[in-house]
Design a protein around this ligand. Structure first.
Ligand SMILES: Nc1ncnc2c1ncn2[C@@H]1O[C@H](COP(=O)(O)OP(=O)(O)OP(=O)(O)O)[C@@H](O)[C@H]1O
Ligand SMILES: [Mg+2]
Length: 265
């Protein structure tokens, strides 16, 4: 299987501090990864590398076969092949734009509306993705008026619009209520198990948000990888405790995970 993402000895240094510190990690086609780690660990920085918006200070990053900064690599050709849904994106999008327009503009790699007619086929695709995310009733609503959960679902539909080979999700379930989280986990699970869906990397803070169909986990702490590999072996109480720096127990029930601290004695 070919590599979707390959980081070799990658560091990202800002103000003399390594935000990502000597990381080597590869994501193969068909794998769906979850990234776990405390606040400030470097999770979003890893996604920014994977999205080609951030270049390594040291080491090499190869995304979908293209080496960042390499001869012959054009990031403007690479970026439409990668879908990114994160909070940073939500802030860049015009609040007055409708939900349908918000998703449609992704097809043209822009954050603002374009005043020419979109192809009918694009509109059909946008509607289909929004439908898959349960947003059909909101097509004409202004993006700025959406609730957190509705905004998250719109952003995922938007990230799917360019038919990406790699889909990056930064805390897609943050801020959702229990019903909203379960709904999103179900939809992500469906996507993760779809053989035609893109490779996926999802950052989350809670193992409860890991949808069935995700295959691998990476744990990061202070910019360094603590564990990376298949979910069954790496998502252990030991690794999670080391990652978050306190004793934790991970339980695996059916196809879902939960984690909690040790009971008070
Ligand atoms: N441009 C920058 N210059 C300096 N420091 C930065 C820059 N961008 C991020 N950082 C720092 O790098 C560290 C890692 O940031 P990052 O956003 O990757 O963390 P994270 O794991 O996503 O955290 P969170 O769970 O809070 O979202 C943080 O300490 C952050 O303050
Ligand atoms: Mg983050």
């Amino acid at each position: 299987m070919s590599d979707v993402l390959e980081l070799v000895d990658v560091s990202v240094v800002r103000d003399g501090r390594a935000l990502v510190d000597d990381v080597s990690w590869s994501v193969k086609e068909g794998e769906r990864w979850v990234i776990l780690g405390p606040n400030g660990a470097g999770k979003t920085t890893l996604l920014n590398l994977a999205s080609s918006y951030l270049f390594p200070s040291r080491g090499t990053a190869t995304i979908l076969g293209e080496q960042l900064g390499g001869v012959g690599t054009d990031v403007f050709e690479l970026r439409p092949r990668i879908g990114m849904a994160g909070v940073a994106m939500a802030d860049k999008l015009p609040k007055k734009q409708t939900v349908l327009q918000t998703v449609l503009t992704a097809a043209y790699g822009m954050t603002a509306t374009w005043h020419e007619n979109y192809e009918a086929v694009d509109e059909e695709r946008a509607r289909a993705f929004l439908d898959r995310l349960g947003m059909t009733e909101y097509l004409d609503r202004e993006f700025g008026t959406l609730s957190e959960g509705e905004r998250k679902r719109t952003l995922i539909a938007r990230a799917m619009m360019t038919d990406p080979e790699l889909l990056l999700l930064d805390e897609p379930a943050a801020g959702l209520d229990l019903g909203g989280r379960e709904d999103l986990v179900r939809r992500l699970g469906r996507l993760a198990r779809d053989p035609y869906a893109p490779s996926m990397i999802m950052v989350t803070h809670h193992v409860e948000e890991i949808a069935p169909g995700f295959t691998h986990v990476l744990m990061i702490r202070q910019g360094k990888i603590l564990a990376a590999g298949p979910m069954e072996t790496e998502l252990s109480s030991r690794n999670l405790s080391l990652c978050f720096g306190l004793p934790l127990i991970v339980e695996h029930t059916g196809d879902r995970y939960t984690a909690h601290g040790l009971p008070l004695s």
